[in-house]
Design a protein around this ligand. Structure first.
Ligand code: 13P
Length: 250
């Protein structure tokens, strides 16, 4: 039985005051979340403050990105050791915004996965097709390629220690959610790709859905057999909405 995992990806949002209000709200409501594991991925600069506020609560935290380098002359970058200094549990890898806006390709994403895994962070590997790719009916080719790049780099067992987030790019921040059946089809395909390498890993790994998941559609999506949680953008910045998604997971 896979435990659902709900992660808030704050992206480049927040302030000290806003974060405090948000986290106070989460802490007040988290007692009603009986089944799901919950985490938030904050902008780097807020991670120490988030860590301080969430220590001793059931809510974990993580980064939204990381460098493959350990240290040195890499201006503006953050290493895995730095994330671990502030007890991050998770790190998002290969978000579509990193891939499209910052030129991260499959090879770099796979290297990031390897470095994060080796350091002891749990990588949340984001994959998913663009609208153009969906319209050309190449969704399966795209996600298969994105997964293969990581399996080739780290091996199936290491991939199994992470989390996959299926985020159709056309659904991110657009209010257009994949229907439960559309999402389930791709999740089942992803699990099948993994099962071709190792059935136990495929059965164990959590595959989150991401893309305009909200308080209104979470229950239906999370009820699908191969959807094991959510990676939540906009709705993770609202106390009631995020908590509603967490409780919808069980
Ligand atoms: P939205 O929930 O705002 O669509 O963002 C999804 C996402 O990109 C999470 O990583």
């Amino acid at each position: 039985m896979r435990k659902p995992l709900i992660v808030g990806n704050w992206k480049m949002n927040g302030s000290l005051d806003d974060n405090k209000a948000l986290l106070d709200g989460f802490k007040a409501g988290i007692g009603n979340v009986k089944v799901a594991e919950v985490a938030v991925c904050a902008p780097y600069i807020y991670i120490p403050d988030v860590a301080e506020q969430l220590t001793g609560t059931p809510i974990a935290w993580g980064g939204q990105n990381m460098s493959i380098e350990a240290k040195g002359a890499f201006t503006g970058e953050i290493s895995t050791a730095m994330l671990l200094d502030f007890s991050c549990k998770y790190v998002i890898i290969g978000h579509s915004e990193r891939r499209t806006l910052y030129g991260e390709d499959d090879a770099l994403v796979a290297q990031k996965f390897a470095v994060a895994h080796k350091a002891g962070l749990i990588p949340i590997l984001c994959i998913g097709e663009t609208l153009d790719e969906r319209e050309k009916a190449v969704t399966e080719e795209v996600v298969a390629r994105q997964i293969k790049a990581v399996i080739d780099e780290v091996g199936i067992a290491s991939l199994g220690d992470g989390v996959i987030a299926y985020e159709p790019v056309w659904a991110i921040g657009t209010g257009k959610t994949a229907s439960p059946d559309q999402a389930q089809d791709v999740h089942a395909f992803i699990r099948g790709q993994l099962a071709a390498h190792d059935k136990a890993v495929a059965d164990k790994i959590r595959i989150q859905y991401g893309g305009s998941m909200n308080a209104g559609n979470a229950k239906e999506l999370l009820a699908m057999q191969d959807i094991d949680g959510g990676l939540i953008g906009g709705a993770s910045l609202k106390v009631e909405d995020f908590l509603a998604i967490c409780t919808a997971a069980g």
